[in-house]
Design a protein around this ligand. Structure first.
Ligand code: NAD
Length: 461
């Protein structure tokens, strides 16, 4: 078979496989609340029974230690399932709204209904959780789901492809592995919703493809998330929390603080506190720490190494190409126009930028694309209030790293260049539902005032 024929066959097979899901949705099976809860329970069983295999795949992909694999991927996903199953009954009930006198007697409400067959495209940095958290929401809302894990985290991708059909309804859930070619084929198909997690450039490709079918999208993108440290912040706690949120997964976290803004007076004490916290967490040589991760692939490793060129390295900077190890690295005041300050770092490098005062810090944030996350460490209510009122960001945490992630009640999503739409908890259920508007009128009291012919008497009332 020639290349063109092979491609046609592959396309047909992806389209045919997706069609099975569309048929399942059409037969109504996924609308049943008991079926949805059953699938969530099957997914929970997958995670509980396959914990070791999942942790091994995450270690093979990212050098992720077991504790991090548990807190940020496995345990995170399990508690999401439990939260969702517990609240699903309430979320799926009609949501009453008031009815004006003109429509009385009558009832008004919104009725959540599933969208249909949806596509979830995951990123590589939390390759398990970033696929399954949207899937949990989509199952809860009663959809069939096609999953496209990131090819860069190949061990986790193939594990998902192997396990999902063993545990979930094969006619309702499908994993398609692959890279650009397979994703392009998927994007050519008409889905009822697409949730994409990844970079801005591919986000635009996804949105363009979705526009062809008027498919709604949720884009979970990234960007440079600033971290403001006020002069009165408790430095030891601030440093511990910045180190925790920056160097988890070797900095490959969409909501990691990308850089720190701090006054010249506070810079040195903060650097010392960060250095101390890093040593406490990862020892004198983080290369030997079992808790410190590795860079996903050679391309990203070379990209990160490039950021160190012509910079003042205040700490770290050691690299080992063979194991893709890059030490926790702090840069002292890199220029605003240097690549490390122009692009999302997405790795273990933390620039510390001197900024004169809060006015300048706020202006700095506002001159740049709206970030996915913004962090402010401060004891001052006035400072916190100003940051909240005068800047925009997808998610904010005051006096900590990305702790908003642990609260399932909080929607998670970006704004502007960092994304659109949100999920987690009820916001995820709503993302994968249509909230159908319903007005239910009574046959009683059919006042004919609104019907033609419009007499002068009618109009005067
Ligand atoms: P990416 O955009 O390179 O890839 C993400 C997905 O898109 C993968 O599944 C990949 O196969 C697919 N893809 C890649 N190229 C494609 C193409 N040309 N056409 C169609 N599909 C294509 O992103 P990434 O490098 O995997 O992720 C890094 C980015 O993701 C960072 O910006 C990070 O901040 C962001 N991110 C955001 C979140 C969030 O929840 N908001 C979470 C993790 C990562």
């Amino acid at each position: 078979m020639n290349m063109a024929a092979q491609t046609l066959e592959a396309q047909a097979s992806i389209a045919d496989r997706v069609q099975v899901l569309r048929d399942t949705f059409a037969n109504g099976r996924t609308r049943d609340l008991a079926w949805r809860k059953g699938q969530l329970t099957r997914l929970e069983a997958l995670i509980n029974e396959q914990q070791e295999a999942i942790a091994e795949a995450l270690y093979a992909d990212l050098g992720k230690c077991k504790t991090e694999a548990w807190t940020s991927e496995i345990g995170f996903t399990l508690s999401d399932i439990q939260h969702t199953r517990k609240h699903l009954g309430k979320w799926s009930k009609p949501r009453k709204v008031s009815t004006p006198i003109a429509a009385q007697p009558g009832k008004s409400y919104q009725l959540p209904e599933p969208l249909g067959t949806v596509l979830v495209i995951g990123a590589w940095n939390y390759p398990f959780q970033l696929v399954l958290a949207p899937v949990i929401a989509a199952i809860a809302a009663g959809n069939c789901v096609v999953m496209k894990p990131s090819e860069l985290a190949s061990n986790t991708s193939s594990l998902l492809a192997r396990l999902i059909p063993q545990y979930l309804d094969q006619e309702a859930f499908l994993v398609i592995e692959g890279a650009v070619e397979e994703t392009t084929q998927l994007l050519a198909l008409p889905f009822d919703h697409i949730l994409y997690t990844g970079g801005e450039q591919v986000g635009k490709i996804v949105m363009r493809a979705a526009a062809e079918h008027l498919t709604p999208v949720t884009l979970e993108l990234g960007g440079k998330s600033p971290c403001l440290v006020d002069d009165d912040a408790n430095l030891d706690v601030t440093a511990a929390r910045i180190v925790w949120s920056k160097w988890m997964n070797a900095g490959q976290t969409c909501v990691a603080p990308d850089y720190v803004l701090v006054t010249p007076a506070q810079k040195q004490p903060l650097m010392e506190a960060l250095t101390k916290a890093l040593e406490t967490f990862y020892g004198k040589d983080p290369a030997t720490s079992k808790d410190y991760g590795r860079i996903i692939n050679d391309r990203h490793f070379a990209r990160l190494q490039g950021y160190l060129d012509n910079q003042t390295i205040a700490l770290g900077g050691q690299c080992d190409e063979g194991s893709r190890y890059m030490a926790p690295t702090i840069l002292d005041n890199p220029a605003a126009d240097s690549p490390v300050m122009q692009e999302e770092i997405f790795g273990p490098i933390l620039p510390i930028i001197e900024i004169a005062n809060l006015d300048e810090a706020i202006a700095w944030v506002n001159q740049r694309p709206k970030p996915l996350a913004l962090y402010v460490y401060s004891n001052s209510d006035a400072c916190v209030r100003r940051v909240l009122n005068e800047t925009s960001a997808g998610n904010v945490c005051i006096n900590d790293g990305f702790m908003f992630m642990v609260n399932s009640e909080l929607p998670f999503g970006g704004v502007g260049n960092s994304g659109m739409g949100a999920y987690h908890g009820q916001s995820g259920f709503d993302t994968f539902s249509h909230l159908k508007t319903v007005m239910h009128r009574s046959f009683r009291f059919d006042v004919p005032l609104r019907y033609p012919p419009f007499s002068a008497l009618k109009l005067s009332l």
